[in-house]
Design a protein around this ligand. Structure first.
Ligand SMILES: [Zn+2]
Length: 127
């Protein structure tokens, strides 16, 4: 079963394209157990899994995030997600780098025309 976790950047981030406040971040770089991670807090602050999917307190205290992980959320584009890179150098999520027109890189399986369209969207200012 392939799940994901929820992420709460602190402070909250704004969309690079339209500047709207962003929420409902998800990512598959962590334990993928419907946990809720909050920046600055080492252990999950909540878990939204039900029944067998829930972790006991002991297991919950043992999980942590990888050093670097990618998170994403939907905003003003139907085609592209807003993305960010979270970093947890000591096991605690300490920083979040929003992917903008300035630091976006073409994914290895992303077509050039798609990458260019993504950059135009990230640039913002036109809807
Ligand atoms: Zn937006």
């Amino acid at each position: 079963m392939s799940l994901f976790d929820y992420y709460i950047p602190e402070p909250a981030l704004r969309c690079p394209a339209c500047t709207a406040p962003l929420a409902d971040w998800q990512g598959t770089g962590g334990p993928k157990a419907l946990l809720v991670w909050k920046q600055g807090v080492r252990s999950p602050v909540d878990q939204l899994a039900e029944g067998d999917g829930r972790l006991e307190a002991e297991a919950l205290a043992a999980v942590h995030l990888p050093n670097v992980f990618r998170i994403y959320t939907a905003c003003c584009s139907k085609r592209f997600f807003v993305e960010a890179i979270g970093r947890a150098p000591n096991g605690t999520w300490s920083s979040t780098e929003l992917i903008t027109v300035n630091n976006a890189q073409r994914d290895k399986d992303e077509r050039m025309e798609d990458f260019k369209a993504r950059l135009r969207w990230l640039q913002g200012g036109h809807h």
